[in-house]
Design a protein around this ligand. Structure first.
Ligand code: TYD
Length: 221
């Protein structure tokens, strides 16, 4: 495949508190500085309607939805995200960076939530069809470190963080399992390092995959 034929969508995914937020903003910065037309988006959310659904998912009692209802809500919001944000941006030739995407549903609802990957794939196929991001970067670190970081944020969006430590351990293992299924699409990055080192590792993978020369603005000189 020629580089110009590749879908210009990059996903940054991983356990809660793995640094996806800061790393996706830094990736955006690197694309902007290199002169590319690029958007940064996120899930759950990423379009006005999907952000409405996000609120239902990330706030309140962890038990208020079971995994199946979570999956339905995630895919309702994903459909809106694709239709209103991702697909139009790609059609305009923009790059899309997304903080989480469908592998979060595979890991959280499919594996940790025990619905099974097959169930997620069936729904995925009905809602999304064959569309796939080109590259998924998975930030990996021990889930307990991630949860400590996430809990320090102290915001209201903690419905998933309040689920059991067993659940989060399964989420971490799930991402590694998913990543091992397709070495072309998935790259696992060690997120248990300094922010700059993680950013460097991410940019290196992106540069190699898309034949780009993105550079980092370092936080620590
Ligand atoms: P996010 O805002 O990325 O949380 P954080 O910044 O704490 O990582 O996502 C909110 C939560 O939603 C997160 O705990 C993971 C969960 N989630 C799923 O369970 N399934 C999904 O498909 C998505 C997109 C997110």
């Amino acid at each position: 495949m020629k580089d110009s034929d590749k879908t210009r969508m990059i996903v940054i995914d991983g356990v809660d508190g793995s640094g996806k937020g800061v790393q996706s903003r830094r990736m955006l910065e690197a694309f902007v500085r290199a002169g590319f037309d690029v958007i940064l988006t996120r899930e759950p959310g990423g379009s006005p309607a999907a952000e409405d659904v996000r609120k239902l998912l990330v706030e309140g009692d962890p038990e208020k939805w079971d995994s199946m209802t979570e999956l339905m809500l995630m895919y309702a919001s994903r459909r809106s995200h694709l239709r209103d944000t991702i697909w139009p941006a790609l059609a305009q030739g923009k790059w899309v960076i997304s903080d989480r995407y469908a592998d979060s549903s595979r890991a959280f609802q499919g594996i940790a939530g025990e619905l099974g990957l097959e169930t997620v794939e069936k729904i995925h196929h009905i809602v999304v069809g064959d569309f796939e991001p080109e590259l998924v970067l998975i930030l990996d670190l021990p889930e307990s470190i991630g949860l400590d970081r996430a809990n320090q944020r102290g915001d209201q969006e903690n419905r998933f963080e309040m689920k059991s430590s067993e659940y989060h351990a399964k989420v971490r293992a799930a991402y590694l399992q998913i990543a091992s299924s397709n070495h072309q699409r998935y790259q696992v990055i060690d997120a248990n390092q300094e922010i700059d080192q993680v950013s460097e590792a991410l940019l290196e993978v992106v540069n190699r995959h898309f034949d780009l020369k993105l550079a980092l603005t370092k936080i620590k000189q």
